[in-house]
Design a protein. Structure first.
Length: 317
């Protein structure tokens, strides 16, 4: 991520930007899955995963605050320079971080081995809704509110920010709830999906600002609740390859973002100023509840959390 952003500072060449942004995206994806597995390997359960997930959402808010302030002196280089600095700081922090103790040797499984697990497939469907549809809604809610409700760009932008920003609270909250009573993790995820569906449905009329802000907050908070329970359950279902399991679930969510964002955009060419597309998203979000595994099929403890000793001092790589 550091290398890609530093090279992007050289010149405003579109071809180079596409290739280098691909490199940054690859680094981001690998870092996200590896960091989640680091939390698990260090003995962290759903609550710790929630804190990790909430901090990941905070990066977007940091960018919204920093990049505009840097645009004056740096111009188009502002996002790349700030991203390079952030990645470098994260790298230094990682080098100073204690390495988790090694668990007993276990047979490792790759991505192919986890695809056939129906329970994992169902968790992936839930993540496709909670992460994927959340991002799809966030990308188009400004357009919906401007066209259907006549909102200003500033008001619509504030609502859009809440659809993602509320996840900073929702993800740790979901982790805490699942950690408090692991047997209710499925109920937390189901609540998350229904809250996201309800929030999306409440956006359809593009009504009063108070309702719009409440609906946007419900979308973000609801989507965030599912993050930690889903990742903890995925890792626990496949203790021989928790990283592959988390990567598979996360890949499914990102696939919806890539495919669903342009599809929802097409709905604005139909009557209703995009409402038909948002209605379809709300239905899909609610329907994901029926794909959830039964509570009896889900583990009640995160993989590895109970058998790993606490680190002693700094065990550097």
């Amino acid at each position: 991520m550091t290398a890609g952003n530093v090279l992007l500072l050289a010149a405003p060449e579109p071809a180079a930007a596409v290739a280098l942004r691909g490199l940054v995206g690859l680094g981001t994806g690998v870092a996200f899955v590896a960091a989640s597995d680091y939390v698990r390997a260090a003995g962290g359960g759903a609550a710790a995963q929630g804190i990790f997930g909430g901090s990941a959402m905070g990066g977007g808010g940091l960018a919204l605050a920093v990049v505009p302030a840097l645009h004056g002196p740096l111009g188009w280089r502002a996002p790349y320079a700030s991203a390079a600095v952030a990645a470098s700081v994260a790298l230094l922090a990682l080098l100073a971080t204690a390495r988790p103790p090694r668990a007993r040797p276990a047979e490792r499984s790759g991505l192919r081995a986890v695809v056939g697990d129906r329970r994992l497939d169902r968790l992936a469907v839930a993540h496709m809704a909670s992460l994927g549809l959340n991002a799809v809604v966030a990308n188009w809610v400004v357009t919906l509110l401007e066209r259907a409700g006549g909102y200003s760009l500033a008001a619509a932008g504030a609502a859009s920010a809440l659809t993602l920003g509320a996840g900073v609270v929702g993800r740790p909250l979901g982790g805490w709830l699942a950690h408090r009573d692991p047997r209710r993790a499925r109920a937390v995820v189901a609540t998350s999906l229904l809250a996201g569906a309800a929030g999306t449905a409440l956006l359809l009329p593009a009504g009063p600002l108070a309702l719009v802000l409440f609906a946007s907050s419900l979308v973000g908070l609801g989507a965030g609740l599912a993050f930690a329970p889903l990742f903890a359950a995925a890792a626990a279902l496949r203790p021989e390859g928790p990283g592959a399991a988390v990567g598979f679930v996360n890949m499914a969510g990102n696939l919806v973002i890539v495919v669903g964002t342009p599809l929802l955009g097409l709905a604005f060419a139909l009557p209703g100023d995009g409402r038909l597309g948002f209605a379809a998203v709300a239905v899909l979000w609610a329907a994901a509840v029926f794909a959830l595994p039964r509570a009896s099929e889900l583990p009640t403890a995160p993989a590895g959390a109970a058998r790993l000793p606490k680190p002693r001092g700094r065990e550097l790589r």
